[in-house]
Design a protein around this ligand. Structure first.
Ligand code: GLU
Length: 651
């Protein structure tokens, strides 16, 4: 039987202190520096048994195993975590040489473009949360792709007003999915405001790597194999990712990318205008417009590229127990939905529901123990309620305002308390209803899959921090490859159907110039002063994973803030949670989940099912990283499900 205990803030404070003590004392051994040492062993390839087509729509990037027993990395005053050790090392060196988090982001992003092109690159978009420790400001940067001016609400579902056939071979792999890339304008804006090193120099590591070559990683190879038929449709992608006989290039193959050397050299010298105007822009437009029997062209124009702007938005910050959580506002749903779930959870005593097997130094403890049925149910229910509001109300607020024209209504503590009261400890809501904010001009949200992303967490020696989640949307984006990089398929994050079943306009419908709703949730956590104001920086985190990002980030925040885990334990912990559907996910790739026979022999799965929850043990593919302040420096954790690594200054 589950009992959900509701608490007041005094108890929460004590429990939080207990949690921090655990986090400090349980960290182990690894002291970091900018060398190639990494936490954990390299990811092993091989897909754990059992993804079904439903799972694949949630996890379109391949699942590539689990590095068990990873240890947290303890650093001095700076630290960086990216999804690949080569990118982490390059970014770490910039920090070591006096660069800021904004400088290191440029290095990490351009190197990741080479070593993790399935997930991220300059042909995609990103959201960045940045803490400036001198000004004590938190800024939210929006480098989300925009829809072309010529796009109509039917752009993704009909070839034209006259031809009501889906774009070929499908919306995602056609030119229709390609939005104006936003990454470089975002990096330019952040660098102008927070950079110290010359823009030009920050491209040198990626230029050298593209020129001298690098090895295809196991995860990249796995994804090339998965995507080979789609990559073969594009001549440039085919030449770069496949062998001459059409088979996929394998792990360990050395790749050079001369086209990317040329592209990056132009951007390094002439700035992002070299990308948004001139020869590279023309190549992007031409590639998007390529007509062939198998690919419907997109309508991106030179004017779309030239007029693109990254935007600075107001960070969404709200209290959670003794901390303040700051996240990304619209057009990402990430910040509001994470904070809405946490706001609901703050009405319950989660610290009394710690996972089992958490203490000690064995693999079970390092992998985050095993959550209880009570906690999984409660957190999944809070997420269902948060996603219900997200699905209906959140879109690009430059086009569709939120209820009350700000995130405040959705995050009002009294409103979230009412939402918390809808949770029954013994019965799932299945599908929760969105809150009622009176007449609003939007219909019901429609589900659409999202996926293909990387997360970067950085703190520099000046105390600044960056959390940036950066994406080409699905793995290898739209499979269009031009001038050495992949073009995104971000527009499929719009609802392809512009109206709901009652004919009411969907908030996340496509409109010209609009940004598709995202779930990316780069997150900064601060201490909270007794008067409620923001204190010092406590944690930097985020993850890829499409709409499931929200669940990955909530689990990690609860792990650190409620359960006293170190960041490695929190990111390693079983990925669990729910969107607004009856299925609760419990990642079967984790060694603590007995995933065979659909989880039938796993005691946690059995307990949840006995209480009526529908449980899936499909493997999850989070790519979390977390850096948590620890007295004299930082402790970092990287996700065992991908290839990431944490490095920083030695202690
Ligand atoms: N396109 C998704 C979003 O913006 C991210 C995809 C992923 O994380 O794999 O939310």
């Amino acid at each position: 039987m589950r009992r959900l205990r509701r608490i007041g803030s005094g108890a929460a404070a004590l429990l939080l202190l207990a949690g921090l003590a655990t986090a400090c004392s349980s960290s182990t051994n690894q002291t970091a520096s900018c060398t190639v040492s990494r936490n954990g062993t390299p990811v092993t390839s091989g897909i754990p048994a059992g993804p079904t087509s439903t799972n694949l729509s949630l996890n379109p990037e391949v699942a590539t195993g689990f590095r068990t027993g990873m240890t947290p990395v303890r650093t001095g005053d700076f630290a960086v975590s990216t999804a690949n050790p080569v990118a982490t090392e390059a970014a770490c060196k910039v920090l070591r040489d006096g660069g800021t988090a904004a400088d290191a982001l440029i290095v990490a992003q351009t190197v990741l473009n080479l070593v993790e092109p399935q997930a991220t690159g300059i042909g995609g978009g990103a959201f960045l949360m940045y803490y400036d420790n001198t000004a004590k400001t938190v800024d939210a940067y929006d480098g989300r792709e925009t829809a072309p001016a010529a796009a109509t609400p039917d752009y993704l579902r009909y070839i034209s007003a006259a031809v009501h056939t889906v774009p070929q071979p499908n919306a995602r792999a056609s030119g229709r999915s390609i939005g104006v890339p936003g990454v470089l304008r975002l990096l330019e804006l952040a660098h102008n405001e927070h950079g110290r090193q010359p823009w030009k120099d920050l491209f040198t590591p990626a230029i050298n790597l593209a020129d001298q070559g690098f090895e295809i990683s196991p995860r990249m190879a796995e994804q090339i194999g998965e995507s080979k038929a789609d990559l073969a449709r594009d001549d440039n992608a085919k030449a770069y990712f496949l062998q001459s006989d059409g088979s996929p290039k394998t792990a360990g193959t050395k790749l050079t990318n001369p086209a990317f050397v040329k592209t990056l050299s132009a951007i390094a010298t002439d700035g992002p205008n070299a990308f948004y105007t001139g020869a590279i822009a023309a190549d992007i437009v031409d590639t998007t417009a390529t007509t062939s029997a198998s690919r419907t062209p997109g309508l991106l124009s030179l004017a779309d590229l030239q007029s693109y702007q990254a935007k600075k938005r107001t960070a969404v910050c709200s209290p959670y127990r003794d901390h303040q959580i700051c996240g990304m506002p619209n057009p990402s749903s990430g910040g509001i939905t994470v904070e809405s779930a946490l706001g609901i959870l703050s009405n319950f005593d989660l610290s009394a529901m710690k996972p089992t097997d958490l203490s000690g130094n064995g693999d079970k403890a390092r992998d985050g123990g095993k959550p209880t049925a009570e906690a999984v149910h409660l957190i999944a229910e809070a997420e269902r309620l948060a996603y219900a509001d997200r699905d209906k109300y959140i879109a690009d607020s430059d086009f569709v305002p939120l209820p009350g024209n700000s995130p405040d209504k959705l995050l009002d503590p009294n409103y979230l308390k009412q939402r918390a009261a809808l949770i029954d400890p013994h019965k799932s809501l299945g599908t929760a209803k969105p809150g009622d904010f009176g007449p609003v001009p939007v219909g019901n949200g429609l589900q659409q899959p999202e996926h293909g992303t990387s997360h970067i967490s950085i703190v520099d020696k000046y105390g600044n921090a960056a959390a940036m989640t950066t994406t080409v949307e699905s793995a290898f984006g739209s499979f269009h490859f031009v001038d050495g990089f992949i073009l995104n398929n971000q527009l499929t994050d719009f609802s392809a159907e512009p109206v709901d079943k009652d004919g009411a306009p969907v908030a996340n419908r496509l409109d010209p110039g609009k940004r598709p709703r995202s779930s990316m949730a780069p997150t900064l956590v601060f201490d909270r002063n007794p008067d409620g104001s923001r204190g010092g920086l406590h944690m930097v985190t985020g993850s890829p994973g499409g709409s499931v990002i929200i669940q990955f980030v909530v689990k990690t925040l609860v792990g650190v803030l409620d359960w006293g885990m170190d960041p490695q334990q929190a990111v390693s912990m079983i990925d669990f949670g729910a969107a607004n559907t009856p299925t609760t996910y419990l990642g079967g790739e984790h060694p603590a989940v007995a995933a065979a026979d659909n989880g039938d022999h796993d005691p946690l799965v059995q307990q949840l099912r006995q209480e009526g929850d529908q449980v899936s043990v499909a493997p999850q593919s989070s790519g979390l990283s977390a850096l948590v302040r620890d007295g004299s420096g930082w402790i970092g954790g990287a996700d065992p499900r991908r290839e990431g690594a944490v490095l920083g200054s030695p202690r």
